[in-house]
Design a protein. Structure first.
Length: 316
């Protein structure tokens, strides 16, 4: 399957303001991709005819250099060291995005212009960001070209519960004499938090696994990051992947020259096709419905929802 996303540099320069505003894109997300562009250039016959690479390590400088010395941004998601390795979040062909774009947007809209092609490229670029977000669990500096040593569960589902546990042990300072009681399948274990060893252990674990730094960060994520989350409310938690991708696609599509106010049918069905293509929603599920999609988008807009792609520190 085709895993290579190619964006012409002249197009990238036009769509970058949308990426910053609507996707909440940060150039640091693609540090490795831009570095590869520079390295490939330095290995080509053109080097050093177009100038020497920057001597400092400032990322903005290297990014600008990369944009000046190549005609395209290429995001290649093939694992060259292990071509048989298949990642579950990449089970699609890039050309399939072109197919649903032509079916839902380009062919059904008589007012489509060449300038609207930039929106298509913005969607492709966003796809690259989304794939890297999934591959690195939101820590964009990780190596995503090979399988992780330890599989990480679906954090979209378990993360709220883990954050609640984290908050429980950080609601106040635990003293050395406080006893923690754990119950599991009828067994009970009492643990004395001597020298705060238990909460310290949790700190190390959660900071490494969830990239949470304190009670306030956990509480803020539970209340602000997920607009559908209600503390102590039983039932299904929100699908964060569905929310982030949906609102981002909606905002990008609003730049189409012929787009009306609100969500049009063509835009809505394109978003649903895209979500199914990336296995974010299932065919025939409750989310695979344009009325539900409109309700979700209106809710997110009213709550001024902003995607949070980063999970942890920014790697520079």
């Amino acid at each position: 399957m085709d895993k290579k996303i190619i964006i012409p540099i002249d197009v990238y320069k036009r769509i970058e303001p949308w990426l910053f505003e609507d996707v909440r894109y940060d150039r640091n997300m693609l540090n490795e991709e831009f570095t590869d562009i520079i390295n490939n250039y330095m290995d080509s016959e053109d080097y050093p005819s177009k100038g020497e690479p920057p001597s400092d390590t400032d990322f903005e400088a290297t990014t600008d250099f990369a944009l000046q010395v190549t005609d395209n941004i290429v995001m290649d998601f093939t694992d060259w060291m292990n071509p048989d390795f298949k990642t579950p979040f990449m089970q699609f062909d890039i050309k399939d995005i072109s197919a649903i774009w032509n079916e839902r947007i380009r062919n059904d809209c008589p007012n489509y212009t060449e300038a609207d092609n930039d929106i298509y490229y913005a969607v492709l670029f966003f796809t690259g960001i989304w794939l890297k977000h999934k591959a690195t669990k939101g820590m964009f500096g990780l190596d995503y070209s090979a399988p992780m040593e330890k599989a990480i569960p679906n954090k979209d589902k378990v993360r709220p519960e883990m954050l609640e546990v984290y908050k429980l042990f950080h609601a106040d300072k635990l003293t050395n004499n406080r006893t923690v009681e754990l119950r599991y399948k009828g067994d009970t274990l009492k643990i004395k938090n001597t020298d705060n060893w238990f909460t310290t252990m949790l700190d190390y674990y959660f900071k490494d696994y969830l990239q949470v730094n304190g009670y306030e960060d956990a509480d803020r994520e539970l209340t602000d990051f997920d607009p559908y989350y209600t503390p102590n409310k039983k039932g299904r938690k929100a699908d964060v992947s569905f929310l982030m991708v949906t609102i981002t696609l909606y905002r990008l599509l609003k730049h189409l020259s012929f787009s009306d106010k609100g969500l049009t049918n063509d835009e809505g069905f394109f978003i649903l096709d895209y979500l199914k293509l990336l296995d974010i929603i299932e065919e025939g599920s409750s989310k695979d419905d344009i009325l539900n999609l409109r309700s979700t988008i209106n809710n997110l807009l009213n709550k001024h929802y902003t995607p949070q792609w980063w999970n942890g520190i920014i790697f520079i």
